[in-house]
Structures are given as C-alpha cells and as structure tokens.
Design a protein around this ligand. Structure first.
Ligand SMILES: Cc1cc2nc3c(=O)[nH]c(=O)nc-3n(C[C@H](O)[C@H](O)[C@H](O)COP(=O)(O)OP(=O)(O)OC[C@H]3O[C@@H](n4cnc5c(N)ncnc54)[C@H](O)[C@@H]3O)c2cc1C
Length: 692
C-alpha cells in the first residue's frame, strides 16, 4: 500500500513532469513555434460572413494546382530538411554573431547534408534556382540573401562575366562552399552610380599582374555581403588602368570585374594588403555578415580579370568585342539582372507570407457585433476588407507577373536574344522596384491589421519587415531603377516614331498611343454596367491609355525643358512624372499577365476565383487614380461612382473566398510560423508561447 506521503510525492512528481513537459513545449515554441503545434487542439471555425450575396464555390485543390510552381518538389525537400534539424532553425532572439554563424551552418547544411546544389541552376535552370531561393528565404530571409551573395552575386559574376578558364577553376569550389565569396561593387561614396566607382586595378606589364588599390577612403568597398566573416574571395569592381606610351602615361578603360582573394584558404587570415572591417548590426538581415574592404597594392594575376567583355593581353593591349566603355558597362551590368529577378520573385514570397498571416488572423479574430449577437470576424469590417483584399488580389497579380519574368529571364539566358535582353533588363528593374516597394508598405498594413498581436515578434511581421525593407535598395535603388524603365519607354517611343520595332512587352504602345491621340469615345466614358467594367478590354485599355498619355506628355515636357535646362536638368524637372510613367507601365504589364493567367486557367471554379481577384486588382488601381481619369474625361462622374461601388463589392466577394485564395499559396505552417495565423486554435498556441 502506498502511503499518503508517497501518493503526494508521486502526484507532485507527476505534476512536475507535466510542468516540465509544458515548459519544454513552450520553449520549443519559442525556438520554432511552427514545428510543434499541439496536434490535439480542436480547429477553430472561421466565422461565416453575413452573406450579402452568393459565395463563389472554389475548388481549392484546382486553384493550388494552378498556382503551384514547377519546382514544388525541391521546395518540399528543403522544408523537410530544415524541419528535421531544429539546430538549424533561427530562434526569435539571437545575437548578430550567433545569427551569422547559424546562417553559414544553414547554408552548409543545405549544400553538404541535404545535397541541394543551387549553383548548378544559376546558369542552367534559373527557375529552379529561384524556387530554392524562395524556399530558403522563408526559413530565414538572411539565409536567402546569404545564398544569393554566394551563388548569384559572387558565383554569378564569375560565370557570367568570366570565361571558361574561370568556370573551370572556380565552379566546384563555389558550388561546394570551399570558395566562399563576395560581390564588392558598392563604395562609401558611390552606390547607385556604379560608373563613378574609384577603386583601381592597374596593369603591371613587368609582373603580368593587376594591382588593386583603394585610392581614398571614399572608395572603400562598403556593405559587402560575406566580407566581415566568411568570404575568402571577392569579385571587385574597379577601374581598369592601363599604361600607355603617350604623355598621359595611363588610360582609364572603365569599370571591370576582378577576382581578388581576401582571406587565406587554410588559416582564414586576412591576406596582406587587404583590410576588412565589420559594417556592424543592421536593421535586419543580421545573419548576413556585411563588411568593408580596403585594398593597398594588392597584386593579382592577369588571369583574374573577368574577361568576357574586355581583356588585356600579356603586353598590355586591351581588346573587346564591344566598341565603347558605355557598351561594355551596359553588357557587364546586363549580366547581373538575375539578382533583381530573384528579389522581385522573393518579395512576392514575402507578400504571400504576410498576407496569409494577416488574412488568416482576420478570419479568426472577432471584435464587436450587432447587439446581443455573437461578435463578428474582423474581416467582415469593410475597412479591414479594404486594407487586405486588394492586397490579396495584388499578391496574385505579382505572382503571375514574376512567374512570367522568371520564364523570360530563363529564355534570355538560353537564347541571348538581343531584344529579349533589353526587355528583361527593363522588366526586371520595373518589377523589382514596384513589387518590393509594395511589399514593404503591405507589411506595415498587415502588422496593423493584426492589432497588438501583430506586434509580437513571434508573429513575424517585425522580422519580415526589417529583413525585407532593404530589398527596396540593394540590387539597384528602386527610384533609380524606375528611371531606367522610364528611359527605356522613351527610347522605344522615339523608335516607334522612327519606324522601329517594339518588343512584346511594349507592343501595346503602338495601338494605345493611337487611341490616346484621338479623343476618348463620348459614349464609352459613360458606360457603367458591371459587364463593361469587368471586361478585361475596358480595364487594359484604361491602364494603357494612362501610360500612353503620361509618355506622350513627358516626352513633350522633356523636349521643352531640355532647351533651357539641358538633358540632366530637364530630366530632373520631370522626375516625378517619369516615375509615375514607369509605375503606370509596370502596372499595365502586371494586369496584362494577370488577365492572361485567368484566361489560361483550365479549371472553371479556380478561373472564376482568379477572375474575381483580377477584376479587383484592375478596378482598385483605376479607382486609386480616378482623378487622372476624371481630369481628362476618360471616365464620366457616374462611371467613376460605379467603379467605386463595384470595387467595394468585389472586395467583399474576394473576402468570401479569402481562405481558399490564401490556402492556394500552399505555404507550409512553418513558413507562416505565426501562432496567430495557425489554422488550429490560434489563441491556445499563442498563450503557450507567452508562458501560460
Ligand atoms: C544590407 C545590405 C547589403 C548589401 N550588399 C551589398 C553587396 O553584397 N555588394 C555590394 O556591392 N553592395 C551591397 N549593398 C549596397 C547596395 O547595393 C547600395 O546600398 C545600393 O546600391 C544603393 O546605393 P547607396 O546606398 O549608395 O544609395 P544612394 O545611391 O546614395 O541613394 C540614396 C538615396 O538617393 C536617391 N537617389 C540616388 N540617385 C538618384 C537619382 N539619380 N535620382 C533620384 N534619386 C536618387 C535614392 O533613391 C536613395 O533614396 C548592400 C547594402 C545593404 C544595406
């Protein structure tokens, strides 16, 4: 017989055990809240919305199938790998130094343990590479960027700017992470203006070497990923200086790329002449070790010039297939657009995560309600729908636009078709800047849409926002990139009037410019029927009309101002107009791709859901710019009112299928990893995380 004391002791031990078990569970939730959702908890039902009209019946499976990328398998393999390795998951609280080490180990694990070799796909199968990047970025965005620095920037510069000898020598080491490296372009005084870089690479014909120098502090390489801790090599962008026999003694051949070893392969000590400093703690992405590099007469062999677009022979003679410095510079930067494509694509991934967290939470969360009736889901408030439903529609729009961009980029890599190169260059600049700016703002909207709980670190908006924020700046500042889009449009506009051809993405200008030049049809400006407003032709015409009008006007303004202000001054005088033009063009491309995706969807109910989202995307954008359309009488007052009413109605309709629309992203639980977004009992999970 057990004594009372023994029984008490056993009960105490049992409750100690329970407490310990709960504590372990709680701690594990802190480390990785997603991986241990209590399986037995009942599902919390989504509040049904007070039906204002019939809800669309969506076949979620068909929609998921249509949205699913070609490379879901490799993404699942990546998720499985990290799920099986709690030691490789990033905890909520971590120091900068630990985060950097963890991030390196995460990358080593991916490559050496999971056997996933992203570098192989950088050149040969970019679609697969971007799918890997999206998956690892959702594990930890620092990891996505660290991988991008190693394979797309450092590795990509070697294989895209170098020749066979470089590929043969470096490919395997880059691939297996023996040759960790950096992409050293930005300097303290020059970021966006790459042509202004000051680092020099002077050819020494006696020793057959280049001498790399940082001529002054303003030329110190700054923000260089992988430099502070892990990098062994750097692709250094420097002015190529050649000795000449004239009175000047040297000739500046413009910016070229050079492979410079920065740390010893065995000891990892910094090499003589190289000085490395840490850029320190950042707003986000602290798993990436950004550093600053100064070079003092660092000698490298002549072979280390990445010589695809320009070469130096043993006797110091310069050769290139491209005639001018500008053309060589353009070709060099043109090879680096992959980074931009990747960021646009990854930014849509971030938008999917944050929209999913906010929408799932808004479906679960209930506040207020009619007297003596249950509280309603906060997504039933018109204001919440207004914040989140056009965002959900935009997420779909950007998904299809970036899938298209990745396809075009892959095609360009295979064909090297000149027109396609120009097209992808402008399209990647435009989509990268437009989408990353949108996502950055959307992250704040999502945080706010989740109220106070959105502010808890465990619910992810803080880290997503901080890590993603810099997407707007690196790989080309967004404002600078949009100007490249505007410049490209103006170039094509000029070509059009000189009888030139327009590539696919721009061909609409030919037709819509003619429409623009004639007056808007006085009958159609008044049409306000739903069928008309939901007709893709009306929507695309409206977007195209706006772009054509902006283009025509800015071309005339530039011409006028350049007479008195010169080219640079005139451009600056019209800068805001030019940015609006670029955004308008990008929105037009996005809508065209969305309409195409709706049309091509083979599953009727999925197609109907996509059509709903597409109409909301189009009409919401038109409504946001209604002043412009009204000013030129493209839309009569009654039509403007009808557009507004229909936009609200479509928001409501999309709300009714919001669950199906976010579920179709098929983001695994550990990707959304926010207790407030879990499909099971959100509050139980959440209370456990904070310690109850
Ligand atoms: C976390 C992080 C990682 C990075 N990693 C790397 C790396 O690995 N390798 C590397 O080489 N670089 C890297 N960078 C540098 C990055 O690419 C640059 O910061 C970026 O190119 C912008 O340059 P900048 O900072 O000099 O900004 P600036 O060019 O000085 O821009 C500052 C502001 O001026 C505005 N502006 C500039 N020019 C114009 C113009 N013509 N018209 C209108 N507005 C203008 C911009 O819109 C911006 O708002 C990294 C930066 C960060 C923060």
């Amino acid at each position: 017989m057990e004594s009372r004391r023994e029984k008490n002791l056993m009960a105490e031990e049992e409750s100690d055990g329970l407490i310990a078990a709960r504590r372990i569970q709680r701690l594990s939730l802190h480390i990785s809240p997603s991986l241990t959702p209590p399986p037995s908890l009942p599902l919390l039902q989504t509040e049904t919305c007070s039906a204002r009209s019939k809800k669309l019946d969506v076949d979620g499976q068909a929609l998921s199938l249509y949205m699913r990328g070609k490379h879901m398998d490799i993404q699942e393999k990546i998720f499985e790998f990290y799920n099986s390795r709690p030691d490789l998951q990033t905890p909520i609280e971590i120091s900068k130094d630990d985060h950097r080490e963890l991030c390196m180990n995460q990358l080593l694990g991916l490559v050496r343990e999971a056997g996933i070799r992203p570098f192989r796909y950088v050149a040969d199968d970019p679609e697969k590479y971007f799918a890997i990047m999206e998956a690892v970025g959702s594990v930890d965005m620092s990891l996505g960027i660290k991988m991008g620095v190693q394979y797309s920037l450092w590795g990509g510069s070697v294989i895209n700017l170098g020749t066979k000898k470089h590929r043969d020598k470096y490919f395997d080491g880059i691939d297996n992470l023996d040759y960790t490296g950096c992409f050293a372009m930005t300097e303290l005084h020059h970021g966006s203006n790459v042509q202004g870089l000051q680092t020099t690479a002077t050819f020494d014909p006696f020793k057959d070497e280049f001498v790399i120098d940082t001529p002054h502090d303003g030329a110190i390489k700054w923000w260089i990923g992988n430099a502070a801790v892990h990098g062994k090599f750097a692709t250094v962008f420097a002015r190529l200086i050649l000795p000449t026999h004239d009175s000047k003694g040297v000739s500046d051949m413009g910016v070229h790329a050079f492979i410079v070893p920065i740390r010893d392969m065995k000891t990892h000590q910094t090499l003589p002449g190289v000085e490395i400093q840490d850029c320190g703690h950042k707003v986000g992405l602290n798993g990436v070790d950004n550093g600053a590099l100064r070079f003092r007469s660092v000698r490298i062999p002549r072979d280390n010039l990445l010589n695809r677009f320009g070469d130096v022979s043993r006797d110091g003679t310069y050769t290139s297939s491209l005639p001018t410095i500008n053309k060589r510079f353009g070709a060099t930067l043109g090879e680096l657009v992959g980074g931009r494509v990747g960021l646009a694509y990854a930014s849509v991934g971030v938008l999917k995560i944050s929209a999913t967290i906010a929408i799932r939470y808004s479906l679960l969360r209930q506040q207020f309600g009619p007297p003596k009736q249950p509280e309603v889901s906060i997504l039933d408030y018109q204001s919440q729908q207004h914040k989140l439903m056009p965002m959900l529609a935009s997420t779909y729009a950007y998904h299809f636009a970036t899938v298209y961009l990745v396809e075009k980029y892959s095609e360009m890599k295979k064909t090297h078709d000149e027109q396609l190169v120009a097209d992808v260059h402008a399209l990647s600049a435009g989509l990268k800047s437009y989408i990353t700016s949108y996502t950055a703002k959307a992250l704040s909207v999502c945080r706010e849409a989740c109220g106070g709980h959105g502010y808890a670190a465990v619910n992810r908006f803080g880290s997503l926002r901080n890590d993603h924020d810099i997407f707007q700046t690196f790989e080309g500042d967004n404002t600078v990139l949009l100007q490249q889009v505007a410049a490209d449009l103006l170039k094509r506009y000029k070509e059009k009037f000189q009888g030139g051809t327009l590539t696919v993405t721009w061909s609409y200008l030919r037709e819509s410019m003619n429409t623009y030049l004639s007056q808007p049809n006085p009958v159609t400006v008044r049409w306000e029927g739903e069928d008309h407003l939901r007709d893709p032709k009306f929507q695309l015409d409206a977007f195209r009309y706006r772009t054509s009008r902006l283009l025509q006007n800015v071309a005339a303004r530039l011409q006028k101002h350049s007479k008195t202000l010169g080219g640079f001054g005139a451009w600056n005088r019209c800068l805001n107009h030019l940015l609006t033009l670029a955004e308008s063009h990008i929105e037009t491309v996005i809508l065209a791709k969305f309409i195409e995706a709706v049309k091509n969807c083979p599953y009727p109910s999925a197609r109907a859901a996509l059509k709903l989202a597409c109409d909301l995307y189009a009409l919401d954008r038109i409504w946001k710019d209604i002043g412009t359309y009204r000013n030129v009488d493209y839309v009569a007052p009654n039509k403007a009112k009808a557009i507004h009413k229909l936009t609200e109605y479509l928001s409501f309709q999309v709300r009714n299928v919001a669950k199906e629309l976010v579920d179709a992203f098929e983001l695994p639980d550990h990707v959304t990893r926010a207790p407030i977004a879990m499909q099971s009992d959100a509050y139980s999970q959440y209370t456990q995380v904070v310690g109850f």
